[in-house]
Design a protein around this ligand. Structure first.
Ligand code: MN
Length: 250
């Protein structure tokens, strides 16, 4: 299988070669020159809208999340969100030099396809980074830990509230720890692929996402079946708190 970069180069040069035949040699120079500026016509480039490499191997999160779940989740579910997002972005003429975050903040202007897949892509890209191989007694440090203890009384109580938000999410969705506009930490959940950045009034939690947990059945069903609570309980040992702290801004 070709690596992502080689595949992108192949697609890019493939398009250029085809175009060279179409325009004749005299058109080639201007085509190549204009190609450097026509980013939006080459959606296969490496943009924020593309799926990024998984930061670890499929089996890296064993035995909390099994390798098959990770592989299907990454190569099928998450890959489809990115693919469908890029289709919507082309169809609805979104500037792909912009960021996915900006798109989500203005999502009410776009289609349901954009909302579902823009959220799906952003949420999964963030979710992968929120995890790492398991660490016993895993917890945050520094300012984030102090803030969590001060706002939720204890780290244990914070985990309980977060887990409850996941257990109480009916159907598919996500659990979030966010920083709201006043800098306060907030826990909440969103349905489907919605996200706390979206400008949709009915979304119950708003703010800058710091930590997210996928509670769709596809994220845990092979190993945990209907036992979502067990999946959430075990998941705590995988949280990449250094990444969450970076997002918090400490
Ligand atoms: Mn998922």
């Amino acid at each position: 299988m070709m690596k992502n970069n080689s595949r992108r180069r192949f697609i890019k040069y493939g398009l250029v070669t085809t175009a060279m035949v179409a325009v004749g040699l005299e058109g080639v120079t201007s085509l190549l020159a204009s190609n450097q500026n026509s980013h939006s016509s080459l959606i296969s480039d490496d943009t924020e809208f593309d799926q990024q490499p998984l930061p670890y191997k499929y089996d890296a999160l064993e035995d909390i999340i099994d390798a098959m779940t990770m592989e299907i989740h990454y190569t099928k579910h998450a890959a489809a969100y990115s693919k469908n997002l890029k289709e919507a972005v082309l169809a609805e003429k979104v500037d792909i030099n912009s960021t996915v975050e900006t798109l989500l903040k203005n999502i009410s202007k776009y289609s349901t396809k954009m909302r579902n897949n823009g959220g799906g892509h952003y949420n999964h890209e963030m979710f992968w980074k929120c995890m790492r191989p398991k660490v016993e007694g895993n917890k945050p440090t520094g300012k984030l830990f102090t803030e969590i203890e001060s706002q939720f009384n204890s780290f244990e109580n914070f985990k309980k509230q977060f887990a409850d938000a996941g257990k109480n999410r009916f159907g598919s969705g996500w659990v979030w720890l966010c920083k709201d506009v006043t800098g306060k930490l907030q826990i909440g959940s969103t349905a489907n692929q919605d996200n706390p950045l979206m400008d949709i009034n009915s979304i119950e939690i708003k703010g800058q996402p710091l930590l997210c947990l996928d509670v769709w059945e596809h994220a845990y069903y092979l190993k945990y079946q209907n036992k979502r609570a067990d999946y959430i309980e075990k998941w705590w040992s995988l949280v990449n708190w250094e990444y969450v702290e970076k997002r918090f801004g400490v």
